[in-house]
Ligand binder design. Structure first.
Ligand code: NAP
Length: 293
């Protein structure tokens, strides 16, 4: 693999809310960009700037030194990596494959083992920072897998993120992301309840948000998503159905490790209620609609 961006071709699969922005940064940095996604129209803007289209993961892998995936669910990750037309069977010798989807730690371990059988390094590298973090290349990136492979692609991570850490072997990135989602789950419930309380006690909630957002409660969930809640902007951002997927993985892992997490279980129940009320495609700040009225 070369050292300047022009010498390292990057394949990208999954050009949704997060993936399109992330792939755009790699393209802007000078990497020859190869793309493939389920809905071709989602690649239009990157293709117009010179990206190369491939029909499916196999052909994309054969043209790329590094492949990044940012798809939806663990079942998508499994298909894209291990399917007949998957990345692992078609990767170039010495390639590094990086899954940045939020997915299951066990699946990450399985894919890394399949890659190792073919001499292909597979890293799990989920992210945090939301749609804003992806657009501004300020993501936190949590990496599991082979440490030498991590060092080889560190500058690629640096093109998309700011806080980039190797957390351990295969699956460690996904476990770190689960810790992140466990923190967020109860935090966003707290944001909804604090703002609902401010509203119902007759305060000006926007003034309250400005005041408490500068104190110890401040952070992305309160300052960014709390502001969207008060504006009635419930679009994604981060889809409710993806968050429920993450909370399910986290609860399964917590049960497997016999860790009681009542706050996580309660938050998952609230998000399931929101989804049942028609909120699957809202952003997670849509939880505030349960507190309206
Ligand atoms: P999204 O907008 O739904 O994007 C996912 C993209 O992946 C879609 O374009 C989808 O194609 C494509 N895709 C899914 N399965 C595929 C498959 N089997 N083969 C090829 N392409 C496939 O979701 P997102 O918000 O970018 O999130 C992506 C991942 O990052 C999720 O795991 C999510 O939990 C995680 N995440 C999201 C955020 C956030 O704030 N949005 C933050 C951190 C992590 P179609 O368009 O055809 O469906």
């Amino acid at each position: 693999m070369g050292t300047s961006p022009q010498d390292v071709s990057v394949g990208f699969i999954g050009l949704g809310i997060m993936g399109e922005a992330m792939a755009g940064h790699l393209q802007a940095a000078g990497h020859p960009l190869h793309v493939s996604t389920r809905t071709k129209a989602k690649a239009d803007r990157l293709l117009a700037k010179g990206a190369n289209w491939h029909d499916g993961p196999g052909k994309l892998a054969a043209a790329s030194d590094v492949v990044i995936t940012m798809v939806g669910y663990p079942s998508d990750v499994e298909e894209v990596y291990l399917g007949k037309d998957g990345l692992v069977p078609h990767a170039k010798a010495g390639a590094v494959l990086i899954d940045m989807t939020t997915s299951s730690p066990n699946l990450a371990v399985r894919i890394a083992a399949e890659g190792a059988k073919r001499g292909v390094a597979v890293l799990d590298a989920p992210v945090s920072g939301g749609d804003v973090g992806a657009r501004e290349a300020r993501l936190s990136i949590m990496v599991g897998g082979d440490a030498a492979a991590f060092e080889r692609v560190r500058t690629i991570f640096g093109t998309m993120g700011k806080t980039i850490m190797h957390q351990g072997g295969p699956g460690a990135g996904q476990h770190t992301k689960m810790a992140n989602q466990i923190v967020i789950a109860s935090t966003i419930v707290g944001v909804c309840e604090g703002l609902a309380y401010a509203k119902k006690t007759g305060l000006d909630p926007a003034k309250v948000l400005e005041n408490i957002g500068g104190g110890a409660a401040g952070g992305f969930q309160l300052n960014v998503l709390g502001a969207r809640m008060l504006k009635g902007d419930f679009g994604p951002g981060f889809y409710v159905h993806h968050f429920i997927k993450d909370l399910g993985i986290a609860l399964d892992e917590a049960e497997r490790h016999q860790i009681p997490l009542p706050g996580l279980a309660q938050a998952k129940g609230l998000f399931e209620k929101l989804a049942a009320n028609g909120g699957r495609e809202l952003g997670t700040q849509g939880l505030f609609t349960l507190y309206a009225g």
